[in-house]
Design a protein around this ligand. Structure first.
Ligand SMILES: NC(=O)c1ccc[n+]([C@@H]2O[C@H](COP(=O)([O-])OP(=O)(O)OC[C@H]3O[C@@H](n4cnc5c(N)ncnc54)[C@H](O)[C@@H]3O)[C@@H](O)[C@H]2O)c1
Length: 312
């Protein structure tokens, strides 16, 4: 795997270092605070044996740790790097200044990606000469345990850079979510935000306790969602799949939310159904339901065991 430069070695920077080094990459760690990379290496050294114990590290911890280097000069970190993963504080002025600097120093073929949680890629890259090689690669914390990563292009990001970043992330064991264009919250926080909004409303209106809302997820929806998305979930909840589900159940949801909702039976359904049928033909839905139930059994058995061993 190609060399990776991690710029900003705090919580997220050090987590990315594990992800990339675990996949075989040579990783350079740099931070504006000269002590941060060494501190990160100490923390990483403590985490790796635990990952190994859970079977989540193919190589010996020492071998993985030896791939990560604390580097004093930014120039040295960027030298020969195929990809820079930026993890500075979530402040627009810091990111703007840092990306201008990265653009000046990094070789033209180096991809410059930000871990930003919520800053749009256009906001930090607009005025920069190399803006076509800049984008967001937003992890879910901690990235060495949660595979999804959001790849978000600015309007001027080169499509090849998006593809290259998604391929690199796959190589590092991640599951890229490739957005077509930027929007506040990207995909994950928009979904989480919709759920949190309703969770707050239910508690605020005295309809359910906070504990019961948590139960609705951890002992309800999230069990299926941990190995299927919401679309596959509803595809398997009606005999003829997602279209059948919408026909039967959209009315339940129709009056729950303010106007401006999507029409589930509108053109969007063609897109969702085509995507689902490409994965599971209608004739195989029954078989897939059996698969789902086995996955749920395995998950419940794991949850019971983990609760006993680690705590509930
Ligand atoms: N913490 C999370 O759960 C999470 C999840 C996803 C994405 N992110 C994003 O990752 C980024 C980093 O967050 P974090 O939680 O690791 O923060 P952090 O405070 O743990 O680490 C930030 C690091 O950046 C360094 N730094 C400050 N200015 C810098 C500069 N100009 N150049 C290089 N390094 C600099 C600091 O010394 C520090 O080590 C943020 O953009 C954040 O939104 C965070």
């Amino acid at each position: 795997m190609a060399k990776i430069a991690i710029v900003g070695a705090g919580l997220i920077g050090r987590a990315w270092a594990i992800s990339f080094a675990r996949s075989g990459a040579d990783v350079a760690l740099w931070d504006v605070d000269a002590n941060a990379p060494a501190a990160a290496l100490t923390t990483i050294g403590e985490m790796l044996p635990e990952l190994r114990r859970y079977g989540l590290l193919d190589d010996e911890p020492g071998v993985v740790l030896a791939r990560i280097h604390a580097v004093e000069r930014l120039e040295a970190a960027l030298d020969g790097a195929a990809h820079v993963q930026e993890n500075s504080p979530e402040k627009l002025d810091v990111k703007r200044e840092l990306f201008a600097k990265l653009d000046r120093i990094a070789a033209p073929e180096t991809v410059l990606a930000s871990s930003t949680s919520a800053i749009l890629p256009s906001a930090f890259s607009a005025d920069l000469a190399g803006r076509a090689r800049m984008l967001v690669a937003h992890p879910i914390n901690p990235p060495y345990l949660i595979p999804a990563v959001e790849i978000v292009p600015a309007p001027w990001t080169d499509g090849e850079i998006v593809k290259r970043t998604a391929a690199l992330m796959r190589q590092a064991g991640h599951s890229p979510i490739v957005m077509q264009r930027e929007i506040d919250g990207f995909v994950v926080n928009r979904l989480q935000g919709a759920l949190l909004e309703e969770a707050f409303r239910l508690v605020d209106r005295g309809l359910a306790s906070a504990d019961d809302v948590d139960v609705a997820l951890k002992d309800g929806l999230a069990l299926r969602w941990s190995f299927m998305g919401p679309f596959e979930t509803i595809d398997l909840n009606a005999p003829k799949g997602v279209r059948d589900y919408v026909a039967r159940y959209q009315s339940i949801y129709r009056d729950m939310f303010p106007p401006g909702r999507a029409d589930w039976a509108g053109p969007v359904l063609e897109t969702i159904e085509a995507s689902r049928r490409a994965k599971t033909p209608e004739a195989d839905l029954g078989q897939r339901q059996t698969w789902r139930d086995r996955r749920l059994m395995a998950l419940l058995a794991h949850k019971r065991k983990a609760a006993g061993e680690i705590g509930d």
